[in-house]
Ligand binder design. Structure first.
Ligand code: G3H
Ligand code: 13P
Ligand code: ZN
Length: 289
């Protein structure tokens, strides 16, 4: 059932546990993620980026997600529908109109002052409509935009979340969840030699909100466990799903599967994504036990 993502994440936080936010780009991925969550009985966040709204048709993909949540999940399974990486006021406003019940305003490419002011403006608007907002402080780098070849961890310093600044950011903006940067990066690209655990502990001491770890696709089970122990409530997974999708397609193509029936092909792709999502969820469940 569609549920408030703030409530979902606060519930995990209260139990010192975490869940995932999985990105979808189309019907096959949405089905695979939802089936995996139903099978493992896992409350989670389904999320869609601005780029996907532009690519797929915003009304189409949001209605698809909402319908599937309503039709394919039981009442006791909580699923949030979240706008991932909205980066301007208009996109966030439009996302609320489309039916997202949670949004992210990512001002991480702006100066601190600009990020703070834009985030507050979005929060003021969204909260009037009872929609929770995720902000980002520090920058979670992107493949293509930021490349780190060096082994020297100091190249990461400028991207990291400052714990004191984070406290001020949260108090000023009144966000509901915070995306943090402690050496994590989007895509399968070189990350910091190890996440800055000390920094995460300081952030957790100063901020009593669910913390979101973007760029978790290549995070090992142990790293995830360490992060949960230090207060992270949600891990974002996109690249892992996309790579499973495309590599299965390539595999079918190379192995001369008869590529004359998209229904058969996409059924196999869906199964592959579902396996991947279940595998991810199980690592967290195992650590809960
Ligand atoms: O964190 C977000 C994504 O992995 C990048 O997604 O290519 O849909 O903007 P996008
Ligand atoms: P990955 O690229 O590691 O999957 O990160 C996804 C993400 O942060 C979505 O917001
Ligand atoms: Zn992200």
């Amino acid at each position: 059932m569609l549920a408030n993502p703030k409530q979902i994440l606060n519930d995990f936080k209260a139990k010192n546990q975490a869940t995932f936010a999985f990105n979808t780009t189309d019907i096959v991925t949405t089905q695979a993620i939802i089936e995996a969550a139903v099978e493992t009985k896992t409350d989670f966040i389904l999320q869609i980026t601005k780029k996907t709204l532009e690519y797929k048709g915003d009304v189409e993909i949001v209605n698809l997600a909402l319908n599937m949540i309503e039709q394919r999940t039981p009442k006791n399974l909580k699923v949030g529908l979240h706008l991932d990486h909205g980066n301007d006021f208009q996109t966030c406003k439009h996302a609320i109109e489309l039916g997202f019940n949670s949004i992210m305003i990512d001002g991480s490419q702006l100066s601190y002052e600009e990020n703070k002011n834009l985030t507050k403006r979005v929060v003021d608007y969204a909260h009037k409509k009872n929609i929770p907002v995720q902000g980002e402080l520090g920058t979670v780098p992107y493949i293509g935009k930021h490349v780190f070849e060096e082994d020297d961890d100091s190249v990461w310093d400028e991207y990291m979340t400052d714990p004191d600044q984070a406290q001020e950011f949260v108090e000023f903006t009144k966000i509901d969840t915070l995306a943090i940067a402690i050496g994590n990066a989007h895509g399968f690209q070189k990350e910091r030699s190890s996440p800055d655990w000390e920094r995460l502990e300081k952030i957790t001491q100063k901020i009593n909100l669910p913390l979101i770890m973007h760029g978790a696709s290549d995070w090992t089970e142990n790293k995830i466990k360490q992060a949960v122990k230090r207060g992270v409530s949600c891990f974002n997974i996109d690249t892992d799903i996309r790579v499973a999708y495309i590599s299965k397609l390539c595999d079918l193509f190379e192995n001369e599967c008869r590529m004359d029936d998209p229904r058969k092909v996409m059924q196999l792709v869906k199964r592959k994504i579902k396996e991947k999502v279940i595998q991810r969820i199980k690592t967290i469940k195992k650590n809960e036990a």
